[in-house]
Unconditional design. Structure first.
Length: 641
């Protein structure tokens, strides 16, 4: 049970959000309630009567905090913000089954461009999709560029051709309108950008009508070459439009959410319909770590789908079941959209048939996911069990932290910390260290510095959390809104060092000095014979080659090595770049940054011609001369061209 259980009378009878913490200050679970007092009282019941996952969470919890808000909608917003900030272990969260590609248009740039995009969304960019297959997306983009010849080049390439006054090959094959050389004016270019975005939003009819009218107009004016080009563009747009499946005779905007689930996981499939056409689809899988009924789980799904940055909320959302507190969810969605939103469960007709199709897609996704993950999950479980037994650990190593050092003859000394949880890399917890207190080549001293800094931060953040807990009013959570996630507040069950007995001795010494020897297990993995060393024994632990346990240790060690090497190369590259350009008189930080932005790299600068440098109006001739002499050895007399 919760160790620091507050009296029921001290819990406010008001809407709000609450958080359960473990003994290390890690957030285990975030929830919301119309009445905090009534909701939290349910957790104090007999554990035997609680759902299994809830009972497990309550048993692990150390204390609970809450924040009071004015309305249930505010409670929903606060709950979602806290889940996004802390990513609690016992909250169901959607995970993309794969990284879906989007078609992005960089509308904030002077000359916008369409690009195929994956990853986190950014401001100033319009996103269309997501699409199920990147090959189909690239084919669609190629067809659209025949009708909307927008630039697709990088900013560096655009500036280079703008400076040279000569377009690239895409202009010659009519896949670009040549804005870099002034072949198209802003008004015409912006019209093409607007037409492209209208088409991608499902408004295909106006674009087709305009192209057909322009073609007929050119034909009547006897401009047959232009009419032929417009005819080809019209055909390309028609082919691209055919790739967008028509699902409704009405020009309506809606999302269809289908869910297929079992006791442990759920697959969510979403079809995005705009102007009656399916313009994108996406899929996610959620671990059902919360004990939620279908309505509660539906509410969690909608929070994740539409609470993400850049998410588009349509006029209607068709769902298999209404969420709990549908009025509250609708109010929140209307706030995000800035207009009315309807949540609806289709009962009959075309919408019902289409929703069944989406649900079948979700069921197929769940089947594929189970087949793909079952072997992986079993292997990870075996690896953790084998590792616990082989190394004689006090508990299963659910969190493993591994450390490695990288340098070049003692210069640019750096350290890496990688984290694996439940046998999988948790990249959000990776950390990089710049070693500052070591002179020369001394891996032991560098390892001691990095471990001391990491574990000292652990103790510091624990102490700060205890002080805040002792001094704070629980209701202050509503004012703080989202507490900052701590970088080092969660300890590992196994601390793994890349090296042999020497590195292990350093780690043991640091743990003893900081009083953490009884809490954290430690081991080292030597590269030469893949030997594992543990404290108290001069002989390595023999883990069978080919075992899941040794394979997991190798993966963790190799990832730490890769992360350290990457960081070291970045720092060395920056230092070498700075040292070259720092030798040019009159080249300050602003001009250096502008030069690298224009040419892309020092290598490109070395290949630049005197004419190219002389054409830069913001680069004085004297600085250009000095730059050419330093980088290329060109005499001063040739610098002006």
């Amino acid at each position: 049970m919760v160790k620091s259980r507050p009296p029921t009378s001290s819990i406010p009878d008001a809407p709000g959000s609450y958080q359960f913490f473990d003994a290390h200050g890690q957030v285990l679970y975030v929830g919301k309630a119309k009445s905090l007092r009534h909701r939290l009282s349910n957790y104090w019941a007999d554990p035997a009567g609680l759902p299994p996952r809830t009972a497990q969470m309550v048993a692990q919890a150390d204390h609970v905090e809450w924040g009071v808000v004015d309305t249930e909608v505010d409670a929903l917003i606060l709950e979602h913000s806290l889940i996004q900030a802390h990513k609690p272990r016992y909250n169901a969260r959607l995970k993309d089954d794969k990284s879906y590609p989007w078609l992005a248009v960089t509308v904030s740039e002077p000359w916008p461009r369409p690009v195929v995009f994956r990853g986190r969304k950014r401001r100033g960019v319009r996103y269309f999709g997501p699409y199920g297959h990147v090959g189909a997306l690239r084919e669609t983009l190629d067809l659209l560029l025949r009708s909307f010849p927008l630039r697709t080049c990088s900013d560096a390439k655009f500036k280079r051709h703008e400076r040279l006054g000569r377009p690239c090959l895409l202009y010659d094959i009519e896949r670009c309108s040549g804005p870099c050389v002034g072949a198209v004016d802003h008004e015409r270019y912006d019209q093409m950008v607007e037409d492209l975005m209208r088409f991608l939003s499902g408004e295909t009819a106006p674009v087709l009508r305009r192209l057909r009218a322009e073609m007929e107009e050119a034909s009547e004016a006897l401009e047959f070459e232009r009419a032929a080009r417009l005819r080809d563009r019209l055909i390309a747009v028609q082919k691209a439009a055919e790739s967008q499946q028509m699902v409704s005779n009405q020009a309506e905007d809606l999302d269809l959410v289908g869910i297929a689930e079992d006791e442990l996981e759920a697959a969510i499939q979403v079809f995005h319909v705009r102007r009656g056409r399916v313009v994108g689809r996406s899929g996610s899988v959620a671990d059902k770590v919360e004990d939620l009924d279908p309505a509660q789980f539906m509410g969690r799904v909608l929070q994740e789908l539409y609470g993400a940055p850049g998410a588009e909320v349509p006029r209607r959302v068709l769902v298999p079941v209404l969420p709990d507190s549908p009025e509250v969810m609708t109010d929140w969605l209307e706030t995000l959209r800035g207009g009315p939103v309807e949540l609806h469960v289709p009962q009959r007709g075309d919408k019902r048939a289409l929703h069944e199709t989406v649900t079948r897609n979700a069921a197929e996704d769940l089947t594929r996911h189970r087949l793909r993950r079952s072997a992986d999950h079993n292997a990870r479980s075996r690896a953790l069990t084998e590792l616990e037994e082989a190394l004689g650990l006090r508990q299963s190593p659910l969190r493993i932290e591994c450390y490695d050092m990288s340098h070049l003859q003692g210069s640019d000394y750096v350290g890496s910390m990688v984290v694996f949880e439940d046998g999988l890399a948790k990249k959000s917890d990776y950390r990089r260290f710049i070693v500052r207190g070591v002179a020369g080549n001394d891996d032991y001293a560098a390892m001691e510095e990095v471990l001391t800094r990491r574990l000292t931060n652990l103790l510091t953040e624990r102490a700060e959390a205890e002080e805040r807990r002792a001094a704070a009013n629980p209701e202050d959570l509503g004012e703080r809104r989202v507490a900052a996630r701590k970088r080092f507040a969660y300890p590992p069950q196994l601390l793994l060092l890349d090296g042999g007995k020497g590195q292990l001795g350093v780690g043991v010494r640091v743990l003893e000095r900081l009083g953490l020897s009884d809490e954290i297990d430690i081991a080292s993995l030597a590269k030469q014979f893949e030997e594992v060393f543990r404290p108290g024994s001069g002989e390595p632990v023999r883990i069978p080659r080919g075992s899941e346990a040794l394979y997991l240790l190798q993966r963790v060690r190799d990832e730490a090595h890769r992360f350290a090497i990457t960081f070291h190369r970045e720092r060395r590259g920056r230092r070498m770049t700075r040292s070259v350009l720092d030798g040019v008189p009159g080249l300050g930080p602003a001009r250096k940054k502008r030069l690298l932005s224009t040419f892309g790299s020092v290598k490109a600068l070395r290949a630049a011609t005197p004419e190219e440098l002389a054409a830069l109006p913001w680069l004085p001739d004297a600085v250009a001369v000095a730059l050419l002499e330093l980088l290329q050895g060109i005499p001063a007399g040739r610098a002006g061209g």
